[in-house]
Design a protein around this ligand. Structure first.
Ligand SMILES: *Cc1c(COP(=O)(O)O)cnc(C)c1O
Length: 356
C-alpha cells in the first residue's frame, strides 16, 4: 500500500532529491567516490556549495549585500547565534510558541528581551497583532510558521526595526521580502533536505556592530569569510539541499510553490470544516498554516481519536499524530507533498465519517 508521509520533520522530500542523493552516495559527480568520502575542498564539492548558495539567492530574490550560509547546529543554534551577533542591548520577540520561547531564552543572555505579544493565552492557536515594538530594539524576531500549532504569519509585520525570521518550516513555500530582514534562518529538515544543514541568509551590513567579543565559530563573519567552510560542512545534506533547490527552480520557484500550497491546503481545510467529526485548532482562517495543518475530533466525537488514528495508519497515512502539546492530528504538507496524498487523507476522513 502506498505510504503518505505527513511527518513534521524530518519530512517528505522530492523524489528527485532522494534519487540523486542515493546516486551520489555511490558515485558523486563522476568521481567514482561517494559524496560522503570526498574532501569538502574538492572542486566537485565546492561546486555544490557554490551552486546551492547561488540558487538560494536566485529563488528568494536575495538583494545585494546579503550572504547565504549552510551551517550545522539546526535552527536551535541560531536561537543563540542571532542575538550574539545582532542584539545590542535590547531586542523584541513575538511569542508564538515553543520555538519562539526557546529563542527568547537564548536572547536573554545578552540583555533586555521585550516580548511584544504572545498567544500563550490560547495555546498559541493564533498570530498576535496590534503590538508595538520599542524603537531602540535591535530587531524583532518572528517565527513565520509555527510547526507545532499550525499557525503561520500571512504577512510580515509592519515595524520600524529589522526583522529576524525563523523560517524553518515555511522557507521556499512562498516569496519573501528579504530586504526587511537582517537574518533569516531555517533548519533544512522541513522543506529543503535532510537534517544536518541549516540555511542562513544574513545582511552583511548588520554585522560587526556589537561591542561584545563573539567566539570565532559563533560569528557569522567567520563563516562568510570562509564560504561556509570554516569547519567541515555537512556535505551530504548540502548536496541533498541542492537537489531540492534545483527541483524548486524547475518547478517554477517560490511563486509556483505558493500557488500550489494554497490549493493543497484548501483541499484539507475544506474537509476539516465540512466533516462533522473534525475541527481545526486554528479559528482565525488567515492564521492557518499552509505547511502544518492541525486538527482535532469535534467534542461530540472526542472518544474516536484513537480509532481514527488507527484507521488512518491502516490506510497508509504516516506521521499524522499531533504534537503532544496540541493533541489530535497534524498533517504536514510541505512543498514536496503531492496533492494526491492530501486527497488520500481526505478520502480516509470521509470514509471514517461514513462508518460513524
Ligand atoms: C523544527 C523547528 C525548529 C528546530 O529546529 P532544529 O533544526 O531541530 O534545531 C525551530 N524552529 C521551527 C519553526 C521549527 O519548525
Amino acid at each position: 500500500m502506498k505510504k503518505h508521509n505527513f511527518y513534521a520533520g524530518p519530512s517528505i522530500l522530492p523524489e528527485i532529491t532522494k534519487e540523486k542523493t542515493a546516486e551520489a552516495a555511490m558515485n558523486f559527480a563522476g568521481t567514482g567516490l561517494s559524496v560522503m568520502e570526498v574532501s569538502h575542498r574538492s572542486k566537485e564539492f565546492v561546486a555544490v556549495m557554490d551552486e546551492a548558495q547561488a540558487l538560494v539567492k536566485e529563488l528568494l530574490n536575495v538583494p545585494e549585500g546579503y550572504s547565504v550560509l549552510f551551517l550545522q547546529g539546526g535552527a536551535s543554534l541560531q536561537f543563540l547565534m542571532a542575538p550574539y551577533n545582532l542584539m545590542n542591548k535590547k531586542s523584541a520577540y513575538l511569542n508564538t510558541g515553543v520555538w519562539a520561547k526557546k529563542a527568547i531564552k537564548e536572547a536573554k543572555f545578552f540583555g533586555e528581551v521585550v516580548e511584544v505579544a504572545s498567544s500563550a493565552d490560547a495555546n498559541y492557536n493564533y498570530i498576535p497583532t496590534g503590538y508595538t515594538v520599542p524603537a531602540d530594539a535591535s530587531y524583532l524576531h518572528i517565527t513565520t510558521n509555527n510547526t507545532i500549532y499550525g499557525t503561520q504569519m500571512s504577512a510580515e509585520p509592519q515595524v520600524d526595526v529589522p526583522l529576524i525570521g525563523d523560517m524553518s518550516s515555511d522557507i521556499f513555500s512562498r516569496p519573501i521580502d528579504v530586504a526587511k530582514y537582517d537574518l533569516i534562518y531555517a533548519g533544512a529538515q522541513k522543506n529543503l533536505g535532510p537534517s544536518g544543514a541549516t540555511l542562513i541568509i544574513v545582511k552583511d551590513g548588520a554585522l560587526n556592530k556589537m561591542e561584545r567579543t563573539i567566539p570565532t565559530i559563533l560569528n557569522y563573519q567567520t563563516h562568510i569569510a570562509s564560504g561556509s567552510m570554516f569547519n567541515t560542512p555537512s556535505t551530504l545534506p548540502v548536496f541533498a539541499c541542492l537537489q531540492t533547490l534545483r527541483w524548486l527552480k524547475e518547478n517554477g520557484g517560490v511563486e509556483a510553490m505558493e500557488k500550489t500550497n494554497i490549493e493543497k491546503a484548501a483541499i484539507l481545510y475544506d474537509e476539516i470544516d465540512r466533516n462533522k467529526l473534525f475541527a481545526s485548532t486554528v479559528p482565525n482562517v488567515e492564521d492557518r498554516s499552509k505547511m502544518n495543518v492541525t486538527f482535532v475530533m469535534t467534542p461530540e466525537y472526542a472518544e474516536l481519536e484513537k480509532e481514527f488514528m488507527e484507521f488512518a495508519t491502516a490506510n497508509g497515512m504516516i506521521g499524522i499524530k499531533g504534537h503532544r502539546s496540541v493533541g489530535g492530528f497534524r498533517a504536514s504538507i510541505y512543498n514536496a507533498m503531492p496533492a494526491e496524498s492530501i486527497k488520500a487523507l481526505v478520502a480516509t476522513m470521509q470514509e471514517f465519517e461514513k462508518m460513524k
